[in-house]
Design a protein around this ligand. Structure first.
Ligand SMILES: O=P(O)(O)OC[C@H]1O[C@H](OP(=O)(O)OP(=O)(O)O)[C@H](O)[C@@H]1O
Ligand code: HPA
Length: 182
């Protein structure tokens, strides 16, 4: 099967979890909550590349206050569906020392990525780190970090779309889907 055939087979057998309207609503709510909390703190809004690119791109225009934008790149799933060691690909270029940081990521799953990223930012001198995620996976067990802002709750399934990939595919979908279970 070619990569293109694989991508379409995966998409056609997937289940829709949240449609575009539900995601827009969640983004509006997050934008209002974050604007109410961080309006006076002139934060550095940090995108965790690559999965958060769509979330950050859609959240930022909903933040009605002055901020600076930067990104970092950390990955631990690569093109698979199981997390491993965190690989640091890029740290923020700008200073976070003494700053309030709004950390934006697509998904809080087991929480190891955001816990490590938050610890790194505090080590770099951030005054405070607030975490916003488009979605959090319900695992029914404790995680090493809690998000301050959560758009949507997800079932314990591997999901894709809205920046999230499954096997490197379909980050571009404007809705969230769950992979077919074997
Ligand atoms: O809560 P966790 O279990 O640590 O998983 C969440 C992380 O996994 C994904 O990144 P991934 O490693 O897939 O890299 P990507 O952003 O390039 O897709 C996602 O973007 C989060 O950063
Ligand atoms: O369910 C998921 N989908 C895509 N990326 C992810 N990173 C952690 N969990 C997931």
């Amino acid at each position: 099967m070619t990569e293109i055939d694989k991508a379409w087979t995966m998409f056609r057998s997937a289940e829709l979890v949240y449609d575009q309207a539900a995601i827009e609503q969640a983004l509006d709510r997050l934008g209002a909550q974050i604007s109410a909390r961080l309006a006076d703190s002139f934060p550095v809004a940090l995108c965790v590349m690559g999965g958060a690119v769509v979330f950050a791109g859609q959240l930022l225009p909903r933040l009605a206050f002055p901020l600076q934008f930067d990104y970092l790149h950390a990955t631990r799933y690569r093109d698979g569906t199981r997390g491993g060691e965190i690989e640091w690909c890029a740290l923020p270029r700008g200073e976070v020392d003494g700053r309030v940081v709004l950390l934006m990521d697509d998904i809080l799953d087991e929480g190891y990525t955001l816990a490590a990223v938050k610890a790194k930012l505090l080590e770099l001198g951030a005054a405070r780190v607030e975490v916003a995620v488009l979605a959090e996976k319900e695992l029914g067990r404790a995680k090493p970090i809690e998000a301050d802002y959560v758009g949507l709750m997800l079932p314990d399934r591997y999901v894709f779309g809205m920046g999230m990939d499954a096997y490197g595919l379909w980050r571009n979908l404007p809705a969230i889907y769950a992979l077919k279970e074997d």
